[in-house]
Design a protein around this ligand. Structure first.
Ligand code: SF4
Length: 434
């Protein structure tokens, strides 16, 4: 089984309004202290595995200086072993890369880039609090290509309040026209504690997911729905121009007035969100992208191997703030407090703050819902060999109910997988196995 390495960079230029990821605002001083610490932690990562994949996520890894990030990558390759055909991904945000940085990343061993474009509509980008405009996103993709990187992924978000299907179609068409090898489409989720949550107030029914952003937890990101209220509550009235201007000026008073209790932002209703997702599946398939996981599409041979390893419950080591590891059936969690992280590692102690055994029913349940995220489904024979249980017998009742509801099916007598309806309503399936 492949073993993966995840490295977390917890800094960004500024905070996006929907973000609840472990990340703070970048400064050169924080970069210096963090990288010194992280490099020490990497020296303690087990030398035993030959890693098949490396994933540098965040945060925004490309916010680091060219010298800082390339020095870190060289340190990783120097001190740990990687398979000859390794995959090494870095997450990048438009607005934080240029040719010099991209060339340096490529020469230091990175061979895959995942660009957080999110949308090609400037109003939507402004609303989300992204630092870039759509033309900068396009430029970022073109620059990456020019560098010689062959494996380029673009991340998109749909279900943005005020977004309509036509805008989403334009974003998808623009994305495909740039010829990436991989496209991720994530539904906007509204997490408690975020600015977006404040804006939405009571107008959201968020089934919060475990998800995250452009990082290892992407792979575990359940496709939760923002179940909106009926159409009458749609927020056609968002004044994007006013919002743009107060977000730019960071005018808190005006923002507060715009999103007062009586004037909260409304989420899109569920049917519209499903329509967007449904369209993306058909459109991307028509453009030769394989829909290999609920939120992920790739050209043949360009699946993200790092994330596939998570969905297969493969082992991984994590380094950095709040990074997780999964070794020998045990999951470990690093502290998510930056000061604590730096202080502990520099004093020679472990940053792990929690660990749990994922065995027995917990392991089975994880194997089922992670496996079902992949459109090929769970291979029943392999499941039996790995876990010593007959899945059809263990979950007879749940499987029967879901089959009757048209949400799952058994293909070729050996693959338990989501139907098209099940893909659109995957949360309804996953809860049955939790
Ligand atoms: S969404 Fe990504 S880029 Fe935006 S603040 Fe969060 S980690 Fe940073």
């Amino acid at each position: 089984m492949p073993v993966s390495l995840y490295v977390h960079i917890p800094f960004c230029v500024k905070r996006c309004i929907y973000c609840d990821f472990v990340s703070g605002i970048y400064s050169p001083e924080k970069e210096a202290a963090y990288l010194e610490t992280l490099k020490k932690e990497i020296l303690n990562v087990s030398k035993e595995p030959v890693f098949s994949t490396l994933y540098i996520g965040g945060g925004t890894p490309t916010v680091l200086s060219t010298e800082g990030i390339t020095d870190l990558i060289r340190h990783i390759f120097k001190n740990l072993s990687f398979a000859e055909n390794y995959e090494a991904t870095i997450e990048a945000n438009p607005g934080t890369i240029n040719s010099e940085k991209l060339n340096a990343l490529f020469s230091s061993g990175i061979n895959r880039i995942s660009i957080g474009v999110q949308s090609f509509n400037d109003s939507e980008l402004n609303f989300l609090g992204r630092i870039h405009k759509s033309d900068e996103a396009e430029e970022a993709v073109l620059l990456a290509k020019k560098t010689g990187l062959k494996n380029i992924g673009i991340d998109l978000i749909y279900g943005i309040p005020g977004q309509d299907i036509e805008s989403w179609k334009r974003t998808l068409q623009k994305t495909v026209s740039l010829k990436p090898t991989h496209i991720s489409t994530y539904e906007l989720t509204v997490e408690e504690g975020t600015v977006l949550y404040e804006y939405m107030g009571e107008n959201i029914y968020a089934e919060n997911n475990t998800g995250s952003h452009e990082n290892q937890m992407h792979a575990e990101n359940s496709h939760s729905r923002i179940s909106g209220k009926p159409d009458s509550l749609l927020s056609e009235s968002i004044n994007y121009n006013e919002l743009d201007s107060c977000l730019r000026r960071n005018d808190k008073k005006r923002q507060k007035r715009m999103f007062s209790e009586q004037n909260k932002l409304k989420s899109l209703d569920e049917d519209k969100i499903i329509e967007m997702y449904d369209y993306a599946i058909d459109f991307l398939k028509s453009q030769c992208f394989m829909h290999y996981e609920i939120s992920n599409f790739a050209l043949p041979d360009y699946f993200c191997r790092h994330n596939v390893n998570y969905w297969d419950r493969g082992e991984y080591c994590g380094a950095g703030l709040a990074a997780h590891s999964f070794i020998n059936g045990k999951r470990f969690y690093n502290t998510d407090n930056l000061k604590d992280y730096v202080k502990t590692i520099l004093s020679g102690k472990t940053p792990v703050r929690k660990s749990e055994d994922i065995t027995g029913d917990k392991a089975l349940s994880e194997a089922i819902f992670l496996g079902l995220r992949k459109t090929q489904g769970v291979n029943l024979e392999e499941f039996g060999k790995k876990y010593g249980r007959d899945l059809l017998a263990v979950c007879r009742k749940e499987i029967k109910e879901l089959q009757e509801a048209g949400l799952i099916e058994i293909a070729d007598s050996n693959l338990l997988r989501l139907t098209r309806k099940g893909i659109l309503l995957s949360n309804e399936v996953f809860v049955k196995f939790m």
